[in-house]
Design a protein around this ligand. Structure first.
Ligand code: TRP
Length: 448
């Protein structure tokens, strides 16, 4: 494995990940326009902007989930969070916001694991009890995405493993060897037993047998939205299901997101490590903090003088404010306009930063309002698995899906709207002299 694509669950730090290569390496599949069109046909719901723009870019067996849904069979959704800090950051929210979208689209039960034990095994900075406390704190941020309480069960792993969930974990543990764990995760005999056994606990909730009182006694397929680094757990779960399919285990399906970059663009956004107070946007940040961070620390693809900027334009590929807009500004026409204006140098870097600040401030404000409105009763109810869960089906009218735009959707969506100007499109192969000619050609045209 080279550095660019060295992805194991607990040590992703590269901001420069080659996602297409990862699809090949992991053996998953890109999400293209055809699949998105099928998603809309089957669910009757327009694809989320992150699907449309290829930010959730890869999947395993999403087609089978759609087939099941089309046949009115039940499916369920599972995701999770390792509670390592008090407040979640913007990057953490991406899979959860998307999970909420999927809950509505499929009208499905969502199961959320808070892996306090995982963080205890791997981070080792706090006591187990402290990680459990953080799990409940983090749950408020997660639930503020607007999950439906009658269709959602969230749990701290240490408080909940037992009974059916533990039985699935035991079956996984009895079938998976130490060598497999070593092969998949790069762990070895110097790792603690807690670390070596953890993958079975993360995989167990991906099987409906773990929650019969919520999901019933007939096995149903699971869909797992996650950041791509979590995929190895579920490759293991899928191998297990393959081996035990005659015992009713169904291979979980998956849908993978790219990472939201940190403000300096060097790595994925992170809540631990150095300089998080500069380069990370926390969901608890005030509007002023967010504006200040973006203004001061967001890496700009603009040129260092206005004169140069007007001439060469901004480099959208490395500009963090622009990258954030591809996530959080829903309106394609407005995004296209900004790409054109900024890419051509008509809009300057402080202007795009102001736009991004406003967009992000409104996402965070919205979140904080939702979080504040969550009553203690509702919060407690989310954690109770012995209650009524709404598994009723709904029917939606068909959407018009005869549209040419699907060809350029998903993996094939151009998030730069053809606005990567000549300079940045052709770097680094282009010769200096050639570059000068092209630039003067372009400015000639602009002047005319
Ligand atoms: N391992 C994840 C983390 O470190 C947390 C997690 C637990 C998870 N169960 C999951 C993530 C299921 C995705 C799907 O944050």
């Amino acid at each position: 494995m080279d550095n660019e694509t060295n992805i194991i669950p607990w040590c992703v730090d590269s901001g420069k990940i080659n996602y297409s290569k990862l699809i090949l390496q992991f053996g998953c599949h890109g999400i293209d326009g055809k699949l998105i069109q099928r998603f809309e046909e089957v669910t009757g719901v327009r694809a989320h902007v992150w699907l449309r723009r290829g930010l959730f870019f890869s999947h395993r067996d999403l087609k089978l989930v759609l087939d099941a849904y089309e046949k009115c069979e039940d499916i369920f959704i599972y995701t999770g969070r390792g509670p390592s800090t008090g407040s979640l950051h913007l990057g953490h929210m991406v899979p959860f916001m998307f999970t909420k979208f999927l809950q509505d689209a499929f009208n499905a039960i969502v199961i959320i694991q808070l892996s306090d034990d995982e963080k205890f095994h791997f981070k080792k900075e706090k006591t187990l009890e402290e990680y459990t406390k953080l799990a409940y704190e983090n749950a408020k941020d997660i639930l503020a995405c607007g999950f439906d309480v009658e269709k959602t069960f969230i749990f701290s792993n240490t408080d909940t493993v037992g009974c059916d969930l533990y039985k699935t974990a035991v079956k996984l543990m009895s079938s998976i060897t130490g060598n497999q764990i070593k092969g998949i995760y790069g762990l070895n005999l110097d790792n603690s037993i807690g670390q070596l056994s953890w993958p079975c606990f993360q995989a167990a909730p991906a099987f409906s047998q773990s929650f019969p009182n919520i999901l019933g006694n007939t096995p149903i397929r699971c869909l797992i939205p996650m950041a791509i680094d979590q995929d190895p757990y579920f490759r293991m779960a899928r191998d297990f299901a393959n081996k035990y399919k005659n015992k009713g285990f169904i291979k979980p399906a998956a849908i993978h997101s790219k990472f939201l970059p940190s403000l300096n663009g060097h790595s994925k956004m992170s809540s631990t490590g150095e300089n998080t107070e500069k380069y990370t946007i926390f969901m608890s940040d005030t509007q002023d903090q967010i504006k200040n961070k973006i203004k001061k620390y967001a890496f700009s693809g603009g040129c260092d003088t206005l004169k140069k900027h007007r001439r060469y334009g901004g480099n959208l590929k490395i500009d963090i404010p622009y990258q954030y807009l591809t996530y959080f500004l829903d309106d394609d026409d407005e995004l296209r306009r900004i790409a054109n204006e900024y890419g051509s140098g008509r809009m300057n870097s402080s202007q795009i930063k102001t736009i991004t600040s406003n967009v992000i401030c409104s996402v965070v404000q919205n979140h904080q309002n939702f979080r504040a409105d969550l009553s203690i009763n509702t919060f407690t109810k989310f954690f109770n698995k012995n209650r009524y869960f709404d598994t009723q089906k709904i029917h939606r009218n068909n959407l018009d899906t005869h549209d040419h735009r699907y060809f350029k959707t998903g993996c094939d969506f151009d998030i730069y709207f053809n606005s990567l100007n000549i300079v940045y499109k052709q770097l680094p192969v282009i010769e200096e002299s050639e570059l000068e000619n092209q630039i003067s050609d372009r400015s000639d045209k602009e002047e005319k």
